[in-house]
Structure formats: structure tokens, C-alpha cells
Design a protein. Structure first.
Length: 449
């Protein structure tokens, strides 16, 4: 199927979602004829004339992949989306037309030079809700405060964002391809002795990305820095080469994100570490196999902890049985984050804790508070699966101060601290025919495909 026909199918699906969301809002007393999705308003650094890099809002981007502030989509049940691109007459920036793309023929497309001109195209925006980052923009369009992102509308919109259309899976696949191309070259750079900075640049170049086109700031860590879950620095040559390397990075394509982690070790890294790396890679593949419709995502997270407890017992890192290790909660020290999250127009896509289509919150169990997804998997959900094992100073110090410290072989732990840890992450679509791993076929893991 061509991109244009997939996109048309996507819009048809969005129309059913919009109709449902508007009906649900109506049952809660919020009566709407349509929704104005705003790309958003640019913001500036404090006391500065430099804008913070702008990303069009995700609800807007679900309709059209149009980058830049102020653009609008008016969506009304049963009607073609009305897209208004705001292109100021301005001598500071390039004023090119939107490049021809698969989406333009399926929408009613207009250009104006300011947001205030949008109603000349859309007509009066009464009984229209505003979805975007700027209540001030809503006011400029004469949309009342009550209709700025009303909860009764936002809950079903968020819920529906969890189910990706075929068109969205295509865009996620391209984002995966770009991200994987970066990862393949990053691995080679690490193996040839590059620094964190150099590997980061190699990733960007191979993935064909500008800084602002990554899906999040890449986590590019050599050796002990791997233990810092969201390690934000990129060190220079004085800390290279490393023996162990982890890259957690992804690309965007038309707003859709990939989120991939690979960890690699040279043969000179500790044998125990290399065996842990192979085990986490095997564990990750098993967990990917659990991405099936009807399964509470929490089950995958709990299975990861069970398997990490086995690993701790098998390697002698704990001196008790795996069951006892699990009961004491020490797996939380070695795997302190959630097993993954929804992935889409946001790298941590929204709605992971939503209880039902009409809202509510399904919190993760208290001892697993960092789990970002408590929903039950459905066909069309796209999630990451990202188990790991870490030797993180802050968490190990906490454990050393607890009675359970006595079940830990600290000599072995101390041997592993310079290696930081391991994380392996892939992007997986839940389908009726089993999990569809978007990333593993494109970038092998430490034990191959
Ligand atoms: N990079 C953050 C994550 O993998 O969720
Ligand atoms: Mn990641
Ligand atoms: Mn992730």
C-alpha cells in the first residue's frame, strides 16, 4: 500500500477515535463540535532571545507531520481535517512552502501569516476544544478556558494514542531504521577506541540526524558510567578507550520515535561481566516474546525481576536461593527501573498509567514505582522492553546499609563496579501474530540476532 493510502486509513481511524472522544466528553457535559490541535507556541530561555528548540505537539503531529510553531488542525467528526499552516512574512527565517508529502491530498490545506488569521479559514471556534501547550493561544482564538484540554476529552484521546495505526507503525519502522543505523556505527566507533563524544557524533552522522532530531538526549556511556541510568555527559578523549560501552539512543521520523539500547564489551572486559551481558541479552529476547495481547505489562516487569534473581543466584552475586533474593527485594538494587514504556510520538508515550478510556490512574505497585506502563497489552500497542543489571554506587551504598546486605557477595560486586552495568532495549509491536520486534532484526545484540 502506498504511503498516501495508509495515511488515508490512518485519518479514517483518527476520525472514529475523535468521534468516540467527543461523545465521551459530551456524556460528561463537555459538548463539542470539534477539536483544534495546535502545534504549540515556541518558548525562550529565561531572559534570553534564544528559543528552546521547538517540537510540534504530539496530538497535533498525529494528524500532520508539520514541524514548527503555531500551525493548527481543526478536526471535526466525519470531515476532512482542516490544516492551517502559520507562515509569518518574516525576513529572519526561510519561508519555504511545506514540502510535498503523502499527507497533503488527504486534508484541506491552507496557509496564513499569523495565528490570529486562523479563524478566517476555520470560521468561529465556538464549541471547539483547544489541545496544545498555550492557553494564551487558545484565548487569542477566542476559545474559553473551560475548553482548553478538558479532561473528559483528553483521557480518551490519550487512551487512543496507545493503539497505533498501520501508518504509525510504518513511521516507527523508519525511526527504528535510522536509530539502528546509528547504533551499528557507534558500536564500531567504540571498538576502535572512540570517546563518548566521538561515539555520539558517529551515531548522529550514521543516523542522519541533527541534534534536535534525536528522540531524546542519547545516553552514551563507557565503563562505570553505564551504571547511571540517564547519564547525561559525553566525555572526551581523556577517558577513552573503554572496555565496555552502552548506547541508549533513538531517532525521530515525522515525529515518531525509536528508543534502542545496546551494550558491547571488548574481550578484555571481565569474564563475569561478559556472561552477565549474554544473560541479559537472552532475558531481553524472552521478555520481548511476552508482548502478546491480553497480558498485563506488569507481568513482564515482574518476570524480569524473577529472572534477575535467578541470575544473581547463579553467578554467586547473592549467596541465597533466587526465591529468597526476590523476597528480600535486592533485585531492586540491581534493576532499579521499569521494564519499559509505550513508544510513539513521545519516547515515553502518554497514557501508560491510565486506568480506562475515561481516565483514572492505575498506579504501579509501590515497590515498582518507576514502572511507566500498567496497562494490559492490546493489538497495536508499541512498547519498549529494556531489562538491565547495574552496579550503581548510590544504590549499592543504600543496600550496604540494610540487613539484606549479608546475602550479597560484595567482592564480586566490587569486581563489576568498573563495568557499570548492562541494558538491552528493543521496540516491539503487539500483534495477533505475536510480538513484532522493530529493532532487533536491524541491530543485533551481544549474542547475535
Ligand atoms: N532512554 C530512556 C529510556 O530508555 O526509556
Ligand atoms: Mn532507551
Ligand atoms: Mn526506553
Amino acid at each position: 500500500m502506498t504511503n498516501a493510502s495508509l495515511y488515508q486509513q490512518h485519518l479514517d481511524k483518527l476520525d472514529t477515535y475523535l468521534t468516540d472522544a467527543i461523545d465521551r466528553a459530551g456524556r460528561k457535559g463537555v459538548h463539542l463540535d470539534g477539536v483544534l490541535f495546535h502545534a504549540g507556541r515556541e518558548r525562550y530561555y529565561h531572559s534570553d532571545d534564544q528559543p528552546i528548540h521547538f517540537r510540534s505537539g504530539p496530538h497535533f503531529m498525529r494528524y500532520v507531520p508539520l514541524h514548527g510553531p503555531e500551525h493548527c488542525v481543526l478536526a471535526r467528526p466525519g470531515k476532512r481535517p482542516l490544516v492551517v499552516r502559520v507562515a509569518p512574512r518574516d525576513f529572519w527565517y526561510e519561508l519555504t512552502a511545506a514540502p510535498a508529502s503523502y499527507w497533503q491530498d488527504a486534508v484541506d490545506y491552507h496557509e496564513v501569516s499569523s495565528l490570529s488569521a486562523v479563524p478566517t479559514i476555520t470560521g468561529p471556534l465556538s464549541r471547539v476544544a483547544y489541545v496544545g501547550n498555550s492557553p494564551a493561544a487558545a484565548a487569542e482564538l477566542s476559545i474559553t478556558d473551560q475548553l482548553v484540554e478538558p479532561e473528559a476529552l483528553m483521557a480518551p484521546l490519550a487512551w487512543h494514542r496507545g493503539i497505533k495505526t498501520e501508518h504509525e507503525i510504518e513511521l516507527l519502522t523508519v525511526a527504528a531504521q535510522k536509530g539502528a543505523a546509528g547504533h551499528r556505527v557507534a558500536r564500531k566507533a567504540f571498538e576502535s577506541g572512540a570517546s563518548e563524544r566521538e561515539i555520539y557524533w558517529a551515531f548522529l552522522e550514521a543516523a542522519d540526524l541533527l541534534d534536535q532530531e534525536v528522540s531524546f538526549d542519547p545516553i552514551c556511556a563507557l565503563d562505570e558510567k553505564i551504571s547511571i541510568l540517564h547519564y547525561q555527559n559525553k566525555r572526551g578523549r581523556d577517558t577513552a578507550p573503554g572496555k565496555v560501552f552502552m548506547l541508549d539512543a533513538g531517532a525521530t521520523h515525522d515525529g515518531y520515535c525509536s528508543d534502542i539500547t545496546r551494550t558491547w564489551a571488548l574481550d578484555s572486559a571481565s569474564k563475569l561481566y561478559r556472561s552477565l551481558l549474554a544473560s541479559i541479552d537472552a532475558l531481553e529476547r524472552d521478555l520481548v516474546g511476552m508482548v502478546t495481547p491480553g497480558r498485563p505489562y506488569l507481568e513482564i516487569h515482574l518476570e524480569a525481576h524473577r529472572r534477575v534473581s535467578l541470575l544473581l543466584a547463579e553467578t554467586g552475586l547473592v549467596t541465597t536461593s533466587a526465591e529468597e533474593a526476590l523476597e528480600t527485594g535486592v533485585t531492586q538494587t540491581f534493576l532499579p527501573h521499569g521494564i519499559g514504556h509505550h513508544l510513539g510520538l513521545q519516547v515515553h508515550d502518554l497514557g501508560g498509567h491510565q486506568e480506562s478510556i475515561d481516565g483514572g490512574r492505575l498506579a504501579p505497585p509501590e515497590e515498582h514505582s518507576f514502572l511507566r506502563n500498567t496497562r494490559t497489552l492490546e493489538v497495536g500497542h508499541v512498547v519498549t522492553i529494556e531489562p538491565g543489571i547495574y552496579f550503581c554506587g548510590v544504590l549499592l551504598d543504600e543496600l550496604r546499609a540494610r540487613p539484606e546486605q549479608k546475602i550479597v557477595d560484595w567482592k564480586l560486586v566490587d569486581e563489576l563496579i568498573p563495568c557499570g552495568g548492562v541494558r538491552i532495549e528493543d521496540d516491539v509491536v503487539c500483534t495477533n501474530d505475536g510480538p513484532m520486534d522493530l529493532t532487533r532484526p536491524l541491530i543485533q545484540g551481544p549474542r547475535g540476532l
